[in-house]
Write a protein that binds this ligand. Structure first.
Ligand SMILES: C[S@@+](CC[C@H](N)C(=O)[O-])C[C@H]1O[C@@H](n2cnc3c(N)ncnc32)[C@H](O)[C@@H]1O
Length: 273
C-alpha cells in the first residue's frame, strides 16, 4: 500500500533550501550526503534498534537525502511500506530499491500524510533548516498511529567560538553564519526538540547526542574537509572569511596533535500515546 501524501494550505513551496549552500545542485553535495550517512547512520540505527519495529510497519523518512536509512527500514519492514521523501529526490530516484520503498518529492512544510497512518516518522538534519520546525513536529506527530514513534535528529554546534583553536573557531562560526544566511538554519533548535515533542503530545521522550570529533584523520575529518571545501567559495564571496583564513583553519586537520569538536548530532525520540 502506498501512503498518499496530500498538500495542505499555507506556505509556498520552499525552494530556499534547494538554492542554498546545501542544495542538491551545489558541487560536492552528493559526496557530502554520502559521508553524512556513513558518519551518522550507525548512531541512528542504534536508536531505531531500540524501537519495537515489526515487519509490517509503515514508516516515513522525511528529507531522506541519499536514502540509506529508508533502505535500512525497508529491509526491516518487508511487509510494510516505507516512504522516502525529499524536496529534491534526484539522489533517491537513482538508488536501487525494493518494492516496499517509495520515493516521494515533497516539501514537508506544505504536504501531509493521513492522520493515524504511520508507525514511525524519522527526520535527520532537516528541521534545523526549516523556518517553523515546531509546526512541522506537530504535523509529523499527527501522522502517527497511537503508539507510533517520532525520531528527530539535528546537529548543534557546541559554542563554536569556545574552540581553543582560534582559526578553527572562526571557521566554525563563519559556517554557522553562512548556514543562517543561506538556509535560515537555527543552531539553537536541537536543544528545543524534546520540549517541542512533548508539546506535540509525545511521551516516553529520550534524548542522546553523538560528538563529531575532528583531528583523528578518519571519516569525520573526511566529512569536515568536504563541508569546508564545499563552503569555501561561499564563505569567501560572503566576506565572512578570506581564502587565507580558511586555509589556515583547515590546516589544523593535518596536525596530529589537533583534536576538537565540530558539532554534535542530537537525537530525540518519543511515542504518541
Ligand atoms: C542535510 S540533508 C540530510 C539528509 C538525510 N536526512 C541524512 O541525514 O543523511 C537535508 C535533506 O533534507 C531535504 N530537505 C530540506 N528541506 C526540506 C523540506 N522542506 N522538505 C523535505 N525535505 C527537505 C534536503 O533536500 C536534504 O536532502
Amino acid at each position: 500500500m502506498r501512503l498518499p501524501a496530500r498538500a495542505h494550505g499555507g506556505e509556498a513551496v520552499n525552494d530556499s533550501y534547494a538554492k542554498g549552500l546545501l542544495g542538491h545542485s551545489t558541487a560536492g553535495e552528493y559526496e557530502r550526503l554520502l559521508l553524512l550517512e556513513r558518519l551518522c547512520d550507525p548512531g541512528t540505527i542504534r536508536i531505531l534498534e531500540r524501537l519495537p519495529i515489526t515487519p509490517s510497519w509503515a514508516c516515513v523518512d522525511v528529507g531522506a537525502g541519499t536514502g540509506s536509512l529508508a533502505r535500512w527500514l525497508a529491509e526491516r519492514c518487508p511487509e510494510g511500506q516505507i516512504t522516502a521523501t525529499d524536496l529534491d529526490t534526484r539522489f533517491l530516484e537513482s538508488m536501487p530499491r525494493p518494492e516496499n520503498l517509495a520515493v516521494s518529492q515533497q516539501d514537508v512544510t506544505t504536504t501531509d500524510f493521513p492522520a493515524n497512518s504511520l508507525d514511525l516518522v524519522h527526520a535527520r538534519a532537516v528541521l534545523t533548516h526549516l523556518p517553523h520546525p515546531e509546526g512541522v513536529v506537530r504535523q509529523m506527530a499527527s501522522w502517527l498511529k497511537p503508539g507510533g514513534f517520532l525520531v528527530i535528529e539535528d546537529p548543534s554546534y557546541l559554542p563554536a567560538q569556545a574552540s581553543p583553536y582560534p582559526d578553527f573557531a572562526a571557521l566554525l562560526v563563519a559556517c554557522e553564519r553562512l548556514l543562517e544566511r543561506t538556509h535560515g538554519t537555527d543552531n539553537s533548535w536541537a536543544r528545543r526538540i524534546p520540549r517541542v515533542m512533548a508539546d506535540a503530545g509525545l511521551t516516553n521522550l529520550k534524548m542522546s547526542a553523538d560528538l563529531s570529533v575532528c583531528g583523528r584523520d578518519d571519516l569525520e575529518d573526511a566529512y569536515w574537509r568536504q563541508c569546508f571545501s564545499q563552503a569555501f567559495p561561499a564563505l569567501v564571496a560572503s566576506g565572512l572569511m578570506t581564502e587565507q583564513q580558511i586555509n589556515r583553519a583547515m590546516e589544523h586537520l593535518d596536525r596530529p596533535e589537533f583534536t576538537d569538536v565540530a558539532w554534535m548530532m542530537v537525537s530525540c525520540w518519543g511515542q504518541l500515546q
